[in-house]
Design a protein around this ligand. Structure first.
Ligand SMILES: [Zn+2]
Length: 138
């Protein structure tokens, strides 16, 4: 699957950036994906859900911003936005240039540096709350 390779590359790249910045957990990843890449957002999300467990991406949200394909026609000068992969001008049928829709990049990602929420593992265990004691300061 095409998308598995794309997401693996994204995970590798963010992992490197996260390590360089002391980030131990990623909460959110936002990708800009041009439709010319042929990557299907649902498949990207699926790939992410398959590849993220056991990594710093476990439980992170993946947001995808799709970018429509924009064609520029050298014959009639029309600039057309098409929602699918296309190479020919919808106005006159001439072979057009793709000027937008090929991008695929990480817009941004958000993470924790391990000094905050990552520390309180006990709060995940429901049994810890039975004592009825409120922890000071949320
Ligand atoms: Zn044209």
């Amino acid at each position: 699957m095409h998308e598995i390779g794309l997401i693996q590359a994204v995970i590798d790249e963010i992992t490197k950036a996260a390590e360089a910045n002391g980030i131990t957990r990623v909460n959110k990843v936002r990708l800009v994906v041009g439709k010319m890449n042929g990557a299907i957002p649902d498949a990207l999300e699926f790939a992410f859900s398959v590849l993220s467990p056991g990594t710093i991406f476990e439980g992170a949200a993946l947001e995808i911003e799709p970018v429509d394909v924009t064609l520029s026609c050298p014959r009639c000068g029309a600039e057309s936005v098409v929602s699918e992969i296309a190479y020919f001008c919808p106005e006159c049928g001439a072979r057009a240039r793709v000027v937008k829709g090929t991008e695929l990049y990480i817009d941004y990602f958000e993470g924790d540096d391990g000094t905050g929420e990552g520390e309180n593992d006990e709060s995940r265990d429901g049994a810890a709350h039975t004592a009825g004691q409120r922890p000071g300061g949320a």
